[in-house]
Structures are given as structure tokens and as C-alpha cells.
Design a protein around this ligand. Structure first.
Ligand code: DX5
Ligand code: ZN
Length: 215
């Protein structure tokens, strides 16, 4: 079954809890939480106290996407604050295996993310150890960007690698998804779809239902 993960980066933070509940009521199984440190990516978003506070807003799977340098420093705190899946960037960790093992030791699922310019083969040594591979379809850092068509091939390549290795790793994509292009990453082999502006701009319930219908 394919999964929709609304990214709260595009939410209205004055009514964040309510908006999260709307995504859950409309059927979104995950909630995507983008953490930016202003170093790995140019922008700064939100962090631990926000996650801790919204954890009780829904019973969704909290999918935390760390866009931070040396994520090992914070995985324990994000696990304690309520993350179910902790995804970090291969480009940001000096010891990738150490971060994966740490996430698992905390009883959480581990995801590994690659930026558009990072080749899929970079994750090969880690694939059998992770639960999810995140193929970015925009340069990480901001919501509301355009889906990069050149990343579709990477999704197919990732799916092929996963199945050639006899694994059932989830493949998530993140960035630029709309109701009109959501079929493209799905057909290429992604099964977890992040959508920020496409969920939160306008009527959230309607947006989520429409996206799910197209999945
Ligand atoms: C980008 C973030 C995304 C972003 C997606 O760095 O990781 O999760 O919020 O936003 P949209 O769906 O608006 O491209
Ligand atoms: Zn994200």
C-alpha cells in the first residue's frame, strides 16, 4: 500500500495541531517533519520542542527528516521527542553506519536520504541496514519548489537496486509533488510520498483525499 506523508513545513503554525488532525482524518498515514539547521541546508525550520508538542496531535507515523550536519548528535533526542522514523542525509554524516545503528538501538526505523546530485549507488553499502530510502526530488531546504524530472530515473534505479538485492525497503520521495504529477514517482517505484504545499495550501481535507485518490 502506498503512503502519503504531509509535510508540515507548509502548515499554518498558528493552528498546527488542528491542521495535523485534518490530514489524519482525511487518511494520511504519516506526518512528515522537516528539521533544518541552517548549515546543511540554507534555511532553519523547527525542532525538538515543536515535535514534542505536536506528538499528541495525531496517531500518525511521525516521519522525521533531519537536514542537519552530523545527525548522530540529535537522534536520541528526536527519538525521545516522538519520532517513529528518523531519516538523515548520507551527505551529512561522517559515519553513516553509526547513525543507522543508533536509530535502531533506540527502537526506531532508520531512513537514509540522498540529495538530487548524489547517485543512488552511494547508498548500496547501507541498503540492507535501513528501513527507508529517501530520494529527494528537489534540492532540500525549502517547500514549494518544482519537482525535478531528472530524479525520476533515480527512483526507478533505487527500486531496481532494492529488488535486485532481495529487499523490501520503502522508497520515499520528497519535493514538488502535486495531484497532477504524483503518479510519476509512484510508477517509478516510490511507495511513500511526501507532499507539503500540495496538502496545506487550500482545503487540507480535500487536498489529502485528492492526492490519496491518485495514488
Ligand atoms: C524540502 C523538504 C520537503 C518539503 C516539501 O527540503 O524536505 O519535505 O517540505 O515541500 P513541497 O511538497 O511543497 O515541495
Ligand atoms: Zn522532507
Amino acid at each position: 500500500m502506498n503512503i502519503l506523508a504531509p509535510s508540515i513545513l507548509s502548515a499554518d503554525f498558528t493552528i498546527l495541531g488542528q491542521q495535523i488532525k485534518e490530514t489524519e482524518a482525511a487518511g494520511a498515514q504519516y506526518l512528515h517533519f522537516d528539521v533544518m539547521d541552517g548549515i546543511f541546508v540554507p534555511s532553519i525550520s523547527f525542532g525538538l520542542p515543536v515535535l514534542k508538542s505536536i506528538r499528541k496531535a495525531s496517531n500518525q507515523v511521525y516521519d522525521v527528516h533531519l537536514m542537519i550536519e552530523e545527525p548522530i548528535r540529535y537522534v536520541e533526542e528526536f527519538a525521545k521527542a516522538g519520532a517513529d522514523i528518523i531519516t538523515f542525509h548520507i551527505e551529512a554524516a561522517s559515519d553513516v553506519r553509526e547513525v543507522i545503528d543508533k536509530i535502531h538501538s533506540l527502537g526506531k526505523k532508520a531512513g537514509l536520504a540522498i540529495k538530487p546530485k548524489t547517485p543512488v549507488e552511494a547508498v548500496k553499502p547501507y541498503l540492507e541496514h535501513i528501513d527507508m530510502l529517501l530520494v529527494m526530488t528537489v534540492e532540500p531546504g525549502f517547500g514549494g519548489q518544482k519537482y525535478m524530472d531528472e530524479c525520476t530515473e533515480k527512483i526507478s534505479e533505487a527500486r531496481k537496486l532494492v529488488s535486485d538485492m532481495g529487499l523490501s525497503t520503502d522508497i520515499e520521495i520528497d519535493g514538488g509533488v502535486t495531484k497532477d504529477n504524483i503518479h510519476i514517482p509512484l510508477e517509478a517505484g516510490a511507495n511513500v510520498i511526501v507532499a507539503g504545499s500540495a496538502c496545506f495550501n487550500g482545503d487540507i481535507g480535500e487536498n489529502v483525499r485528492e492526492l490519496l485518490k491518485n495514488m
